[in-house]
Unconditional design. Structure first.
Lengths: 256, 267, 324
């Protein structure tokens, strides 16, 4: 089976240090891969480089499109990149306000990706938006309210709906539950878990929270100081950590 | 240094032809060694397995016996890929793969995921579940991940839970508040429902009363008769007698002078 | 400044020569280099219908916001034998229209007219003349904000990318929100259009009533935004489609009333308050069109020439003309 996303020796550094270096992995359809690390580990740089929001310094990055073509992401033209981001990818920001349009209604936020790819029937756009609101457990009658009328956790759900409405195959998430209350986090994680399995999504999640990784991810990559120090199946990395840093990380998790 | 579960290899580099020559062979472990290195404690090494070998064929149920600390659970976890073996090899039948098997030691994560989904099932000693998911959905999950329709998956889950005497009123509740025995039965149901061809069972009857131990033993026997290859750890002798076709005795590594542990066969 | 005493603002005659233009000014005020720059921009604009061409907007003798873009376009294309008409919201008589017309008369000596049919260049603010235009005519629009996306995407660099990539989801979002808030698309002027099936364009703040006239117009339509420094064009016979949703199609405004002066039911009507008791009167916005209709009516029906009584009504206005 061809990997969906393939990275080889991917490097992005700022002034010769920090960032991420020499990262290689393959991501397959339907897999959830968590990139775990503490602040400064380079995980967000890696995510942004993979999602083409930042340009890599060196290395290879390939993506297999819906029609089976393998694209060299590093040499992709900007129009194609934007089309990809609109149709096959999603990016959920840590702060939902960065991923939503504050000045238009919830329905418009969810409907915009559809309109961007040519949806022209107001009634259908609205119906689809309401369906998605229900799927992310938001009250669909609030479709005309502005994002500011929703709580932080609900805004995050709105952002998720907006990202999933076009049926992407690959979703990038940057600390999707950070900053939320614990109970809100829990509900959101449940939602993400359900959506990733039922929609057969491939997801790349960056988080500092091992519990999130344990719950959502099939695979785990542990980053420290810009390098991937350990990677493998989530249960294996967490139950049988090899690298000193991973062992510290796992031992540091507070038991409940 | 980057440590992965080993460089991803599309082909088994030192593949064995055993799986082609012996159609009934489901699992082959050769000289499996495991040492835990605790970096946080000055890098001390704890040897858990000193070289265990085992072939398992369809219809066999190998019971691991030995004192506490002998590495029985560790061995099972290595077979499942939950622990990284430090040495030796573990191969599981994988239809369609080169040489008809997958070397767990050194396999790419997605290959192991595939084999876990389609071939190998694992019942751990303790139920570690996702919070807030009800028992029924936990049990149905392995079927759903194989593509079975949700409704059908739930029905089969209900049948199994009923057989394991899990009260109906608990089916729609999350197991966090269940008794140890109830949790264990949910765990067993989840492990057995997909009828994997290789089953790894770690103390499945530990918290159960006699009646439920009997149910579990029946389920295991049925699986064995269906052709599953089973490796298990059972504390309780009755169950062991019921299900085992062979016994493999493990001794704690320090207790050995070297060489493989004694294997006793039960006809 | 050095304006000659006798000005050419005749109604009909076409006699104008450079000798009668103001001394000390280049023809049409702008120097030849500037006209060349503008013409290059215009050529580019005509070659890519609806695409906003940046240009080096010059300092004009009136401030930004008063039609400098339109004036620069007109100045670049006007020739000695042209006849110029200038209207502001349909009227030849507003201060702005009068000033601009006089400006060109002074700096070119070109003939000017009120009659749409006699003009070869018509500079307009916020309206398209009711009288259909011909292939021999050029319509020059004054444009305040050429970027149809600016309300939702204030970054100029990002807008350029959106246009380049035909990434126009945003404008649909705006229309969607309109329907959410008002039950229908509430935009009544400066209604966004797609030109030649490609570029999203602002037609300038003309009422949406005029949008259908943009489509397949025989005349060349040029748009100038002085403050924003953009020029764009719609060549003759170019398809222009107003945006809408499949289930909320584009519709023009309609009035219940007819023009109080000429009786027209087809033209865009301005609503005028006639006294302090709130009496209103609806009158054609296009003054030349109205005059012409009345002249025809007079010619046909002499008996009805009388003081035209204002058909005053105290009903509340249904669709008022927008005065941007």
């Amino acid at each position: 089976m061809t990997p969906l996303l393939s990275a080889r020796s991917l490097t992005k550094q700022y002034g010769g240090r920090n960032g991420c270096r020499d990262v290689s992995f393959d991501l397959y359809p339907g897999e959830v891969l968590c990139i775990v690390g503490e602040s400064g580990s380079g995980k967000t740089t890696l995510l942004n480089t993979l999602a083409l929001r930042t340009e890599a310094d060196s290395g290879e990055l390939r993506y297999t499109s819906t029609n089976g073509d393998t694209l060299d992401l590093r040499t992709l033209s900007e129009p194609r990149r934007r089309l990809l981001a609109r149709t096959e990818w999603g990016f959920v920001q840590q702060n939902p306000r960065d991923g939503l349009r504050a000045g238009v209604s919830a329905g418009a936020n969810i409907g915009e990706p559809l309109m961007a790819v040519g949806a022209r029937h107001y009634g259908q756009i609205r119906n689809t938006a309401q369906q998605w609101m229900r799927r992310v457990e938001l009250d669909a009658t609030r479709i005309d309210e502005l994002p500011s009328a929703f709580s932080g956790g609900m805004q995050q759900r709105l952002q998720i709906a907006r990202n999933l409405v076009t049926g992407p195959r690959l979703v990038f998430m940057d600390e999707p539950t950070a900053g939320l209350d614990v109970s809100v986090q829990a509900r959101l994680l449940d939602l993400l878990r359900t959506l990733t399995t039922t929609l057969h999504l491939s997801v790349l999640i960056v988080t500092h929270d091992i519990g999130v990784a344990r719950l959502l991810a099939h695979r785990l990559m542990v980053m420290q100081g810009g390098a991937v120090v350990e990677s493998g199946l989530t249960d294996q990395v967490l139950d049988d950590p090899q690298h000193p840093y991973t062992q510290t990380l796992v031992a540091s998790v507070l038991p409940v | 240094m980057t440590l992965t579960s080993s460089p991803a290899a599309q082909h088994n580099m030192r593949g064995t032809r055993a799986f082609i020559e012996r159609p009934a062979l489901m699992l082959r472990a050769e000289d499996v060694r495991k040492t835990f290195t605790l970096h946080g404690q000055g890098g001390i090494g704890i040897e858990a397995l000193a070289g265990v070998s085992l072939d398992v064929e369809r219809g066999e149920c190998i019971v691991l016996v030995g004192p506490s600390g002998a590495g029985k659970s560790t061995f099972l976890r290595c077979l499942y890929g939950n622990y990284l073996a430090s040495g030796g090899s573990i191969a599981i039948r994988d239809e369609g793969a080169p040489l008809e098997h997958l070397e767990i030691t050194g396999a790419a994560p997605h290959d192991i995921l595939r084999v876990r989904r389609n071939v190998v099932g694992y019942v751990s000693q303790f139920l570690r579940v996702i919070p807030r998911v009800c028992a029924l959905d936990i049990v149905a999950a392995p079927l759903v991940s194989r593509g079975v329709e949700e409704d059908e998956a739930r029905e089969r889950a209900q049948t199994l839970l009923a057989r394991l005497n899990v009260p109906r009123r608990l089916w729609s509740l999350a197991p966090a508040t269940f008794s140890g025995g109830e949790q264990q039965r949910v765990n067993i149901a989840r492990g057995l429902i997909a009828q994997h061809r290789v089953l790894l069972l770690d103390e499945p009857t530990a918290s159960l009363d006699a009646e439920n131990r009997e149910v579990v033993a029946s389920l295991i026997s049925e699986a064995r008769e269906r052709g599953a290859a089973i490796v298990g750890v059972f504390h309780d002798e009755d169950t062991r007698e019921r299900v085992a076709t062979r016994v493999l005795a493990l001794a704690a590594p320090r207790a050995q002078a070297g060489g493989t542990p004694a294997v006793a066969e039960i006809a | 400044m050095n304006a000659p005493d006798s000005l050419q603002t005749s109604n009909a005659t076409v006699t104008s020569h450079e000798t009668q233009a103001a001394a000390g000014y280049n023809f049409a005020y702008l120097d030849e280099q500037t006209k060349r720059m503008l013409r290059r921009a215009l050529l580019k604009a005509v070659a890519v219908p609806g695409y906003q061409v940046p240009f080096a907007s010059r300092e004009m003798p009136l401030p930004y916001g008063w039609g400098t873009g339109g004036i620069q376009v007109t100045a670049a294309i006007i020739g000695a034998n042209d006849t110029l008409k200038v209207i502001d919201q349909g009227s030849d008589d507003t201060t702005n229209a009068v000033n601009i017309r006089r400006f060109f008369a002074r700096t070119t000596g070109v003939a000017t007219t009120r009659h749409t049919r006699e003009a070869s260049i018509i500079q307009t603010r916020h309206r398209i003349p009711e009288t259909p235009l011909t292939e021999k005519q050029i319509l020059v629009y004054q444009v305040p904000m050429p970027e149809p996306l600016f309300r939702l995407e204030p970054r100029v660099a990002e807008c350029k990318k959106l246009h380049a990539l035909s990434d126009y989801g945003l404008i649909s979002v705006e229309l969607y929100e309109d329907i959410v808030q008002h039950g229908s698309i509430a935009t009544t002027y400066d209604y966004p259009v797609t030109v030649n099936g490609r570029y999203l364009t602002s037609p300038s703040p003309i009422p949406k009533f005029d949008n259908p006239k943009l489509h397949m117009n025989a005349a060349l339509q040029l748009f100038g935004a002085g403050r924003e420094r953009r020029i764009y064009a719609i060549p003759p016979y170019t398809p222009v489609k107003s945006l809408d949703f499949d289930d909320h199609p584009f519709e023009v405004q309609r009035w219940e009333h007819a023009c109080a002066l000429c009786g027209s039911r087809e033209s865009f009507l301005d609503e005028m308050i006639v006294d302090d008791a709130g009496k209103r009167m609806f009158v054609c916005s296009d003054s030349d069109y109205c005059h012409e209709r009345r002249a025809n009516d007079d010619a046909i029906d002499d008996a009805n020439v009388d003081t035209i009584d204002a058909h005053a009504t105290t009903e509340p206005a249904t669709h008022a003309g927008e005065h941007a």
